[in-house]
Design a protein around this ligand. Structure first.
Ligand code: CP
Length: 311
C-alpha cells in the first residue's frame, strides 16, 4: 500500500501527476464532486493547525467524502498503543491523515494501518505543504517551473526539508539561506543533508541578501516550532532564536529591487520572520499559496485513493 510519509518514495512523474491533477480539479471542480463518495478519512491531530485541518476537511467534502477530526488528547490515542488505535481506525475509514509531533509515530501509524496514511506535518517533513508550494510556483512563474529559482530564507526545518526533497526530484533550483546552526536538531535528516551537499541545484548559504538577488520566489517560515511559540518554558530559546535570525527577516531592505514573489506557508508571526508590509506587498502570493493547500490536497487524495484501488 502506498503512503505519503515524506515524498521520498514518490517518483518525479508521480509528483507531477499529483500536481497536474490538482490543477485539473481546481479548474474543473464540478467534474469531481462525487470522486470520493461514501469515503471517510480520519484526521489525527497532536499539534495545532488551521490550514491542514480546513483544507483536508473541505477537500473531502468537495470531493463527496467525509473527514473526521480526531484530537489526540481527547481520543484514546493518548491512553493506548498507537498501533491498536490505528488498526481499529483503519477498519472504519479509507484514509488517515496524521499531524503528529514525531515522525517515528507517523511510522507507527503507517505500520498499524490497513488504509493509506498521509503525513500532515511532523518535526521532520511537511510533504503536503511542499506539493502546495510547487503548485503555487507553477501558477506564478512564466515558463517551466524547473527554470525557477526558489530561495528559502530562515531556519532549516520540516518545511525546508520537504522543499529540498521535492525540488531535488523535480529539478528545481533551491537555495537555502539559513544560519549554519539550524533548529534544535529535531528536523535533521541524513538524506536531506546529502542532497544539499551533493546536488548542483540545491545549495546552502548563510548570506540571505546575496541569495535573494536573482530569486524568482523568496520563501520563509516560522523561526520557532509552533508548539514552542507561546510556551513560557521556551522564552530563552525563543529570544536567542530571534537574535540569531533577524538578518534573515523578510523585510523591505532585504527585498529592495528584487523581482520575486514572496511566499510563506503560514501561520505568520508579524515582525519576526516577515514584516506585515511584506505580507501585503504586491509581490506577495502568500494567500494564494495558502488557498492552494485545498487544491493540492484534492490532487493528493485523488492519487492516494487511486493507488489504494479505491477509485
Ligand atoms: N502551513 C500549515 O501547515 O498550516 P497549519 O499549521 O495551520 O496547518
Amino acid at each position: 500500500m502506498r503512503h505519503v510519509a515524506n515524498l521520498k518514495d514518490l517518483s518525479p512523474d508521480e509528483i507531477r501527476e499529483i500536481l497536474d491533477k490538482s490543477i485539473e480539479i481546481k479548474q474543473n471542480p464540478a467534474r469531481y464532486t462525487g470522486l470520493l463518495a461514501n469515503q471517510s478519512m480520519a484526521m489525527i491531530f497532536q499539534k495545532t493547525s488551521t490550514r491542514t485541518r480546513v483544507s483536508f476537511e473541505v477537500a473531502m467534502t468537495e470531493l463527496g467524502g467525509h473527514a473526521i477530526y480526531i484530537d489526540w488528547e481527547s481520543s484514546n490515542f493518548v491512553l493506548s498503543g498507537i498501533e491498536y488505535e490505528t488498526e481499529y481506525l483503519s477498519r472504519n475509514v479509507s484514509c488517515i491523515m496524521a499531524r503528529l509531533l514525531h515522525f517515528d509515530d507517523v511510522l507507527k501509524i503507517i505500520s498499524g494501518s490497513q488504509a493509506p496514511v498521509i503525513n500532515g506535518c511532523c518535526e521532520k517533513y511537511h510533504p503536503c505543504q511542499a506539493l502546495t508550494d510547487v503548485l503555487t510556483m507553477t501558477e506564478h512563474f512564466d515558463g517551466s517551473v524547473e527554470d525557477a529559482h526558489l530561495v528559502y530564507v530562515g531556519v532549516q526545518n520540516n518545511v525546508s526539508n520537504s522543499l529540498v526533497i521535492i525540488c531535488a526530484k523535480l529539478g528545481i533550483r533551491l537555495t537555502l539561506a539559513t544560519p549554519d546552526e539550524n533548529d534544535n536538531g529535531e528536523s535533521q535528516d541524513a538524506d536531506v543533508r546529502r542532497i544539499i551537499e551533493q546536488s548542483d541545484l540545491i545549495n546552502h548559504t548563510t548570506e540571505a541578501r546575496a541569495a535573494v538577488t536573482d530569486a524568482d520566489f523568496v520563501y520563509t517560515d516560522t523561526w520557532i516550532d509552533m508548539q514552542y511559540f507561546n510556551d513560557p518554558d521556551h522564552v530563552e530559546e525563543r529570544t536567542a532564536r530571534i537574535n540569531q535570525m533577524m538578518p534573515y527577516q523578510i523585510n523591505r531592505a532585504l527585498l529592495d529591487k528584487v523581482d520575486c514573489k514572496i511566499m510563506h506557508d503560514m501561520p505568520i508571526h508579524d515582525d519576526f520572520e516577515i514584516t506585515p508590509e511584506m505580507v501585503r506587498d504586491p509581490r506577495s502570493i502568500i494567500f494564494s499559496q495558502a488557498e492552494n493547500r485545498l487544491h493540492a490536497q484534492k490532487g493528493l487524495l485523488w492519487w492516494v485513493y487511486r493507488e489504494a484501488g479505491n477509485l
